[in-house]
Each structure stands twice: as structure tokens, then as C-alpha cells.
Ligand binder design. Structure first.
Ligand code: PLP
Length: 426
């Protein structure tokens, strides 16, 4: 078989199964093309994409402006490493700093690397600015977090599948309940060596858990009170996904008129990934002000590909698309429509308990236990009906389409979803 031969779906699946490590359990569908809110499989069947590569493709598949920026830059200069300056990284850093309201940016490639970067910055700040004794710094994290897959990050996960047999684990983390301000305050009070609080503004992988309205604002105030850095992991929630540029909504350039809650929650350290490139290229970034970021000196941290010219060009174009196409506002409006329509369906449904989410990061909870395969079977039926989604857990299905969707398409999707769900009702 020549490399470029057109494969059937089954052939492609067999190849991955035989030659690829089995570290994922994909829905059996083999995609060959994407455009906007749609993807096509190798047999030419068209689907609505309701996962958006875990919220990386917020700007829609193969956005021409982003692909154009990548193509142009790829033909000019792709990689110099940070051994030399390049003529586009600084432009991207300035653009992104002004876009999100921070002094400095540290570019990386993947979300997990950006989280690792934030943890390192936080620890170094703890020793050099806060004055914690060497090797004593602690970082508070939340139960059921998802921050990526590195050894340190899984050390503070409570997902047994992600952790088991990957020890010994990295020390220096204290886990508390999510959305529990009392637990945060007690932990801060009892542990003077706490340097940071790492939190997802909405817990995406855990099943789209939206905390109480005042959680982030009060958590940030507690962090200020105890001189602890508030670190927002917006890898999944950021870049317009939840109806605002950032779910924690800092002092950013977002002018979204429904931005009613917590405009003053500006993270001390902001972690971005996924949609910062529109899903076109692996780009991630950590942003902070000088008082924090300046602890990083040459040799402390880096990555061969982090901040390469293609990444910089792609990320600038991707952020421009978010701004120019009002994607935060669209996510807000369509998210309300989606949850409104799903709530109407749930009133008479005997298999869906609830819908929750913000903007276009939503989930439905199926009336079954965590270990059931009902959500998986519903996703197979959704696929057959032309819509791709995936359970986050046995009984939770996340719905996160590209933010370039229009109202007509959303209503069409609601129709597909509700008809599919109805076919599972007893
Ligand atoms: N942080 C959050 C909140 C995420 O949702 C993810 C990925 O889903 C990550 C970090 C890790 O990103 P990556 O898979 O690019 O390493």
C-alpha cells in the first residue's frame, strides 16, 4: 500500500490499531477533510463537529485566514530555535500581551507544557519574590482537575487511569474540592508555603462543571489576601469558547456586552493553548506581568519549537479571527440558544437529567451510572445521524462546536441531537 493511497475507514482504523500505541479510544469515524463547522469522513459523509478538537478549532476547520498565514510563513521561515531572534515572535508577543492585558508572554507548544511552565514560574516566584524556603513551595490544585499528561501534572490528578503505575509522583501539591471557597481559605490559612492556586474556570474534562458565579472572584481575592498567585488554566475555556474572550475574564480587550460577572478576575498567570492557533498548529502560551515573569532568566526554561515563526504567525491570525468575527459574542448567543432548546427537551425526557455549560462549552448528563456505555452508544448514533461528539465520562456528553456556527446550523444540530436522544428513550 503506497502512503498516499486512499484508505477506507476500516483500513485506516486497522492501521492505527496495529501500528499506533493504544493511548486513545476514538469513536469509529475516520476524518479526511474539514471546513468551518463541518468535517467529512473518507467515504465522503459530512458531519457537524461538536468537539472541535477539544476546543482547539474554535475558529472553524481550516480557517482560510489562519491557513493563509501559516502557508505564507512556512514558505518564508519555519524554525530558527530561540538561539537567534526572529522577525515575528516579538510582534506576536506584543499582540497577545495587548490582547489579553499582560506585560509578558512565554511561548510553548502544547497545553501541558504551558501548565508546566506556569508551575515553574510560580515556584521560582515563591522562592525569589515571596521568600519561601527552598524546596518548600506548595501549589493548591482542585479535585477532578485536568491539566494535561506530564509526570508532574498527573501527580496531582485524581484520575486513577491517568495516574496508575506512573509513579513516583511529584511532590508539592495540595488538592482541595473545586468550587469550595471555605476549603481554599482553610488551606491558605494553614499552609504559609503556598505559592499558587491552579484552577480551571470551568472543569472541562471532568464533565463541564461550572462553578458558582462568585467562585473565581472570591478565590482571586483570597489569593491576594494570602499573597498567592492565581493561575488560570484557560487551555480549554479560553479564546471565546465560553462566550467571553477568557472564562476568568481578565483585563482583556474583550468588549462583550454580556460580560457581567467578575470582570476584575484577572489571573496572575494565564495559561492558553488549543484555540490560540485555531487548531492549525500546536501553540501554547503563558502570560503574566513583569513582577512575576521576570523571575525567568536565560537557561531556566524553553523549547526548541516554542515561539517559532510559523507558530507566531498562526497565533496572531487566529486571535485576529476571534476578534474580527466576534466569536465570543456568537458563542454567548448560540450557547444560550442551545441550552434553552436542550432544557425544553429535558422537561419531557427520561434519559437526560440536565444540560450545563457556558457559551459553547456545554454538556448533557445522561440518566445512568458513570460506568454505563449509554453515552458512548448515543455518540455512535449521533455519528450515524451526522454529528460528532464524545463522552467525557460514562454518562456525560460534551457539546463544543466551532464558534463560527450560525443559528440555522445550531437549530439543525439541536434537531439531530434531540431526535437521536429520543430514539434511546424507553
Ligand atoms: N489544560 C486543560 C484545561 C485542558 O483541557 C487540556 C487538554 O484538554 C490541557 C491543559 C492539556 O493540553 P494539551 O493536550 O495540549 O497538552
Amino acid at each position: 500500500m503506497a502512503v498516499l493511497d486512499q484508505l477506507t475507514s476500516q483500513q485506516a482504523i486497522d492501521l492505527e490499531n496495529k501500528y499506533g500505541a493504544h493511548n486513545y479510544h476514538p469513536l469509529p469515524v475516520v476524518l479526511a477533510k474539514g471546513e468551518g463547522v463541518y468535517v467529512w469522513d473518507v467515504e465522503g459523509k459530512k458531519y457537524y463537529d461538536f468537539l472541535s478538537a477539544y476546543s482547539a478549532v474554535n475558529q472553524g476547520h481550516c480557517h482560510p485566514k489562519i491557513v493563509g498565514a501559516m502557508t505564507q510563513q512556512a514558505q518564508t521561515l519555519t524554525l530558527t530555535s530561540r538561539a537567534f531572534y526572529n522577525d515575528i515572535l516579538g510582534k506576536f508577543e506584543k499582540f497577545a500581551c495587548e490582547f489579553f492585558g499582560f506585560d509578558k508572554l512565554l511561548p510553548m507548544n502544547t497545553g501541558a507544557e504551558a501548565v508546566e511552565t506556569a508551575l515553574k514560574i510560580c515556584r521560582k516566584w515563591a522562592y525569589e519574590v515571596k521568600g519561601i524556603d527552598e524546596n518548600e513551595a506548595e501549589i493548591i490544585v482542585c479535585e477532578n482537575n485536568f491539566h494535561g499528561r506530564t509526570t508532574t501534572i498527573i501527580s496531582f490528578s485524581n484520575d486513577s487511569v491517568a495516574r496508575k503505575n506512573f509513579g513516583p509522583y511529584t511532590k508539592g501539591f495540595i488538592k482541595i474540592e473545586y468550587d469550595n471557597l471555605e476549603a481554599l481559605e482553610i488551606t491558605l490559612k494553614n499552609n504559609p508555603n503556598v505559592a499558587g492556586f491552579l484552577v480551571e474556570p470551568i472543569q472541562g474534562e471532568a464533565g463541564v462543571y461550572v462553578p458558582s458565579d462568585d467562585y473565581l472572584i472570591k478565590a482571586k481575592a483570597l489569593c491576594e489576601k494570602y499573597n498567592v498567585l492565581f493561575i488560570a488554566d484557560e487551555v480549554q475555556t479560553g479564546i471565546a469558547r465560553t462566550g467571553r474572550l477568557l472564562a476568568s475574564c481578565g483585563n482583556c480587550s474583550c468588549e462583550h456586552k454580556n460580560c457581567s460577572t467578575a470582570p476584575e478576575v484577572k489571573p496572575d498567570i494565564l495559561i492558553l493553548g488549543k484555540a490560540i492557533s485555531g487548531g492549525v498548529y500546536p501553540v501554547s502560551a503563558v502570560l503574566a506581568n513583569n513582577g512575576i515573569m521576570n523571575v525567568i532568566k536565560p537557561g531556566n526554561h524553553g523549547s526548541t519549537f516554542g515561539g517559532n515563526p510559523v507558530a507566531a504567525a498562526v497565533a496572531m491570525a487566529a486571535l485576529e479571527v476571534v476578534r474580527d468575527e466576534n466569536l465570543a459574542e456568537n458563542a454567548q448567543v448560540l450557547g444560550e440558544l442551545f441550552r434553552g432548546e436542550m432544557s425544553k427537551y429535558i422537561e419531557t425526557s427520561n434519559i437526560v437529567n440536565l444540560v450545563r455549560g457556558k457559551g459553547l462549552l456545554n454538556a448533557i448528563v445522561i440518566d445512568d451510572d458513570e460506568d454505563s456505555d449509554k453515552a458512548w452508544n448515543i455518540c455512535l448514533a449521533l455519528r450515524d445521524n451526522g454529528l460528532l461528539a464524545k463522552p467525557t465520562h460514562g454518562n456525560i456528553i460534551r457539546f463544543a462546536p466551532p464558534l463560527v456556527m450560525n443559528e440555522e446550523q445550531m437549530l439543525d444540530c439541536v434537531d439531530i441531537i434531540t431526535k437521536t436522544l429520543k430514539s434511546f428513550e424507553e
